[in-house]
Design a binder for this molecule. Structure first.
Ligand SMILES: C[S@@+](CC[C@H](N)C(=O)[O-])C[C@H]1O[C@@H](n2cnc3c(N)ncnc32)[C@H](O)[C@@H]1O
Length: 214
């Protein structure tokens, strides 16, 4: 699986196909996590969220992981336009399935449009591994696609999903063939869903999960 060949095209494709809708999902709960100090961004891609995260959390330590070198290079370049030093940001070129999180506990984990890349058994491993590096009250933000439970919205989403997975499987050799909601894996790792905002007829959602919530 590799997004290398797609990296240079990712931004214009998003602009043409979705305008600013995905970015609105990514940043939906950013204001609510402004106190975070140690942030892990997984599968960050070309850095659109990273830049907003840096702006909102100027003092936080950010770890930005992606398996694609070209995606990481774009993220680094985008961040440099805001902060030429990129101080406090560590870029990690790694496959999350093989990465061992470092000992310091992350108090914010972000996986935007990332968990949908994986098959269920991979997703279960990733969530468990990352949760093991999360602090007791960590927040997990995620924006992703979804399939509504019924009606026209469901048919529409199913068609869009079929096309998306066919494209991404051909272009990147994505392991997943269909979307696996991560909810059960997050719950079994003691995360509680605090907020969920749906948009685009339920095709998109933004979540705020919190660990060990009351
Ligand atoms: C669909 S893109 C999403 C990018 C970005 N987070 C966004 O919101 O648009 C998925 C990203 O995850 C990265 N990725 C996919 N599989 C990965 C893996 N096993 N380990 C680390 N990164 C991976 C890809 O290189 C790509 O940048």
């Amino acid at each position: 699986m590799s997004f290398d060949a797609l990296a240079a095209h990712y931004r214009w494709m998003e602009r043409v196909l979705a305008g600013n809708k995905l970015q609105r999902c990514r940043t939906a709960y950013l204001a609510q996590v402004a106190a975070s100090q140690n942030v892990l961004l997984l599968g960050e891609g070309n850095g659109r969220f990273l830049v907003e995260c840096r702006r909102a959390l100027p003092a936080a330590r950010l770890t930005c992981l992606d398996a694609s070198g070209p995606m990481l290079a774009l993220a680094r370049r985008r961040l440099r336009r805001l902060d030429p030093t990129t101080a406090g940001v560590e870029f990690v070129h790694a496959d999350v399935l093989e990465w061992t999180p470092p000992a310091p506990a992350f108090d914010l984990i972000v996986t935007h449009f990332f968990l949908d890349c994986f098959r269920p058994e991979q997703l279960e491993r990733i969530v468990a591994s990352i949760a093991s590096a999360a602090s007791a009250r960590a927040v997990w933000l995620l924006a992703d696609f979804a399939v509504p439970s019924r009606g026209l919205a469901r048919c529409r989403a199913q068609i869009i999903h079929r096309m998306m997975y066919a494209f991404f499987r051909a272009a990147t050799r994505l392991p997943a063939r269909a979307l696996t909601p991560p909810d059960d894996f997050l719950r079994s790792n003691h995360f509680v869903l605090r907020d969920r905002a749906r948009s685009e007829w339920g095709l998109l959602h933004s979540d705020r999960w919190e660990r060990g919530g009351r």
